[in-house]
Ligand binder design. Sequence first.
Ligand code: YXS
Length: 259
Amino acid sequence: MSLVLTETKDAIGTIVMNHLQKRNALSEALIGEITVALERFREENVRAAILRAPAGVKVWSAGHDVSELPDRGRDPLGWSDPLRVLVRSIQEFPAPIIALIEGGVWGGGCEVAIACDVLVTTPEATFAITPAKLGVPYNLGGILTLMNMIPLPVAKEMLFTAQPIPASQALNLGIINYIKSAGEIENFVYGLAAQIATNSPLSISVMKEELRLLASARTVTPELFERIQGLRRIVYDSHDYQEGLDAFREKRKPRFEGR
Ligand code: YXS
């Protein structure tokens, strides 16, 4: 059974994440289908893409598939981790991707959403960045995505509390572009996509890539990189990281001991 529904019409591609039984948890299988759809859109010279869940969902995405996170001792968010692959696929896709968001966006799902170029949500949408809830050491690229999109005090609050923020706050902070009611969001998003599709695809794709390259342009010395990786290793080697995974799998609250 396919985990996504896709459609291409008038140079606009749509991907509907449709693994509702697992609340669109970003499993390797779901991510694989999304990236295959994006590759097909690239071949079809799609001029705008829309990433969404079915209308009316309570959860847009429950974030990384926790059952696929490795036990302690291995970096859970390395370069080839499916979530990292998906974020890069979105950021490197040559046409703008609009995230049409209804419901809750959790964990790595938030990074996927803010990796999109334009975000339009319903008033009930919420955003929760949850590594601290699970004991996961977020990775360098992910932290940079968040730093580029969310004011630092708010990024810290979201990372340290792991609590959801409402769409209204995300709009005030400029994290999302628009809030539209459930009855108008679809027409609005496709209108935006149609407007983009009438403009120069070459100019847009080059500007999107310029923005990506400049946003990620940071001086990261070998010492800085190795220090950060060493710090992250303390976390994913820890009792607490394993406790976070075990607690999720056993459907209980984690008991973090700081070791
Ligand atoms: O028990 P069954 O088999 O029916 O499966 C349940 C859940 O276990 C499953 N599910 C997930 N499976 C893997 N990974 C997930 N992230 C995940 N989320 C849910 O889906 C089935 C239905 O879930 P249930 O009964 O909880 O649904 P609900 O409607 O009552 O609640 C929806 C949520 C999203 C509020 C709830 O499922 C939830 O809190 N999920 C976890 C959200 C979360 O903490 N995500 C962060 C994942 S870790 C991640 O993204 C990064 C590594 S990081 O942590 O660094 O950000």
